[in-house]
Ligand binder design. Structure first.
Ligand SMILES: C[S@@+](CC[C@H](N)C(=O)[O-])C[C@H]1O[C@@H](n2cnc3c(N)ncnc32)[C@H](O)[C@@H]1O
Length: 270
């Protein structure tokens, strides 16, 4: 096993633990999904547009909360995640709710070994890029899975926000911005969905990706970038942010600085 495989394997066992924790968490609140609550955010529903009758490949879908919401909006969804526990939870949820969503357990980077076909939409969201070692290869895989005229929609934490110290009560730049071959090691306690939970895993390995790297990966895979939107809010309650509304946390009012904290991108195949 090479170094990258070892990092991925460690991340995968962390996600197996987190998936079970998240399925019971208030953060994901799967009971609300069972009651019919849509977990998608209004901005992404607007930016993706009407999906009824479209096929959707949902990469890094975790426990399927967002996949189920897209299926309820009329998409025929195929979810992918490398955590077998996440995929088990997602499959059971979709079956229980009778929605058109099926799930495949695979590393995104090795997906072509197990999944054939093409889709109208590739969707991937909120906390996905840092787990991936190779964005150029990832974008080529996405391009190959798209139907002509289809598009990829990505929304995630902005690379600028990832340079900030998410443990500090003050705004502090403390993390790398530029891509590098090796991941950065972070200590893990609990999870973002339940910081006080007890888990066995103690580290996560995250790769750094810059804004330019994301856009260039898409463009060099042959995809036409339709927009790259930047948002002033983050969907995580980092200590130096103030809550503006339910899942929107912004810089405090008493500083003049402005920073992008989240982004969305849509790119289309010719
Ligand atoms: C933050 S979650 C996904 C976000 C999703 N929108 C959510 O909030 O449920 C990240 C997901 O990526 C998955 N993941 C991480 N690295 C992966 C890889 N190399 N291949 C496939 N899935 C991966 C994890 O198992 C996890 O379910």
């Amino acid at each position: 096993m090479g170094d990258v495989d070892r990092y991925l394997e460690s991340n995968r066992s962390l996600w197996d633990e987190w998936a079970e924790l998240h399925a019971r968490s208030d953060w994901y609140d799967l009971d609300s999904v069972r009651r019919g609550v849509d977990k998608l955010r209004p901005y992404e529903v607007d930016e993706v547009g009407d999906v009824s009758g479209l096929t959707m490949l949902h990469l890094q879908c975790q426990i399927g909360a967002d996949s189920v919401s897209w299926a309820r909006r009329g998409a025929k969804v195929t979810g992918v995640d490398f955590s077998s526990r996440a995929v088990g939870i997602a499959n059971a949820l979709a079956k229980e709710l009778g929605v058109d969503a099926t799930f495949v357990c695979s590393d995104v980077m090795r997906l072509p070994e197990t999944l054939a076909g093409t889709w109208d939409v590739v969707y991937t969201s909120r906390g996905v890029l840092g787990w991936l070692p190779d964005l150029a290869g990832w974008a080529r895989i996405i391009e190959a899975y798209l139907n002509p005229g289809g598009f990829v929609y990505l929304t995630d934490i902005h690379p600028i926000a990832k340079t900030l110290d998410d443990t500090s009560v003050e705004l502090r730049v403390s993390r790398p911005y530029w891509p590098r071959p090796a991941p950065v090691t972070y200590r893990v306690e609990g999870s973002y969905a339940d910081p006080n939970a007890k888990i066995e895993s103690s580290v996560k390995y995250l790769w750094t990706h810059s804004t330019g790297e994301i856009i260039t990966a898409m463009a060099q895979a042959g995809l036409i970038i339709e927009f790259f939107h930047e948002f002033s809010w983050l969907d995580r309650p980092w200590p130096f942010l103030r809550q503006r509304s339910g899942r929107e946390f912004v810089l405090p009012d008493d500083i003049e600085a402005e920073l992008p904290l989240f982004f969305s991108l849509r790119a289309r195949k010719k």
